[in-house]
Design a protein around this ligand. Structure first.
Ligand code: 5GP
Ligand code: MN
Length: 322
């Protein structure tokens, strides 16, 4: 008899004691919520769990178990699980010296299926929603803490149930997570409403140089903006969500200057567009409506090139799909 994927995963989990769980750099709520969701469930089952994020998870201190997240793995490791990550480079240097991951759980359509076992479900709005379905199949329990972490992933990736991939099935999962002990209003407040003073001042720098051409809206955040306001991390403080709420923006873009001559780009698109492929071409990936890439080069050069290419995409996809 052939074993189902879930049975194979359950077998691997029972056969291993020291489990490393990893997600991507500049982690978002789905990365942290999925990492903690599976990590806390495995801990509850008696496993030695290491949860590693190269950039840490300072912004997510409100999530149970986040104090156990470390910046690098330590020995021993006998099973590796990667969550919410479509390619192995996106975890930073965490996996160097380790072999192929045992299990990849993800919802990005650009996923490279780089694990020995891959649970990749691009129709799901969040990796946390995939874990909600599978954890019980792997013999793991969704405790109130696990439920809180998974709900945070769902709320984060759907920007509070606002994206077009929110289905009635996702809402049912959400109600079940609430029944299991997750507090929706506090997850919502922490994830989407509460912003630090520094983050909003950082937004100010980006908003002061907002630009628009046809249906394209974009801005950039410079390293000097971060320094001036004292914003601590190398992300956009979710400013891209503000840009994508602009009525005229069919595609919104943000360029965040990074150390070592790199620029992080985020694309956000209205439902009839697909920005995952352009992100993939520039070495990144993502979903039709939300994608990102890290591109080498000076901010102004990268901006120019990406805006030119994204304008072409906007015009093509507008005519293609009416
Ligand atoms: P964001 O723009 O918020 O960083 O990411 C939007 C979506 O694209 C997320 O699902 C994220 O995981 C994915 N993404 C962002 N940057 C990269 C990247 O450099 N590589 C890949 N593979 N995916 C990315
Ligand atoms: Mn995700």
């Amino acid at each position: 008899m052939t074993r189902t994927i879930d049975q194979k995963i359950a077998d691997r989990i029972s056969a291993h004691q020291n489990i490393l769980i990893v997600s991507h750099v500049r982690p978002d709520a789905d990365a942290v919520g999925s990492l903690l969701g599976v990590g806390l469930a495995l801990k509850d089952a008696g496993k030695n769990v290491q949860m590693v994020l190269e950039d840490g998870a300072d912004k997510y201190r409100y999530l149970p178990g986040s104090e156990n997240i470390t910046l690098a793995p330590y020995e021993p490791v006998d099973m590796i699980i990667i969550v919410d990550c479509s390619d192995p480079d996106r975890v930073g240097g965490v996996l160097s010296g380790h072999g192929k991951p045992d299990l990849v759980v993800d919802h990005h359509k650009t996923n490279l299926n780089f694990g020995e076992i891959n649970v990749v479900e691009p129709d799901e709005a969040a990796t946390a929603a995939i874990l909600f379905d599978h954890l019980p199949e792997w013999g793991l329990k969704i405790t109130p803490e696990v439920a809180t972490c998974l709900l945070s992933g769902i709320v984060g990736d759907t920007i509070g149930f606002r994206t077009s991939n929110v289905t009635s099935s996702l809402m049912r999962k959400t109600s079940e997570l609430m029944d299991m002990g997750a507090d929706l209003s506090s997850v919502y407040r922490e994830e989407l409403i509460a912003k630090s003073f520094k983050a909003v001042r950082y937004w100010g720098a980006g908003l002061s140089r907002l630009e628009k051409d046809d249906g394209l809206v974009w801005t950039s955040l410079k390293l000097s903006d971060r320094q001036e306001v004292g914003y601590p991390t190398n992300d956009d403080a979710d400013l891209v969500n503000v840009l994508s709420s602009i009525r005229e923006a069919e595609i919104a873009l943000i360029f965040v200057e990074q150390l070592e001559n790199k620029v992080k780009i985020s694309w956000r698109a209205r439902p009839k567009f697909d920005v995952s492929q352009i992100a993939f071409q520039f070495g990144g990936g993502g979903h039709a409506a939300a994608a990102g890439a890290d591109v080498e080069g000076a901010l102004e050069d990268v901006k120019k090139q990406i805006i030119t290419e994204t304008k072409k995409l906007l015009i093509n996809q507008r005519t293609n799909k009416g």
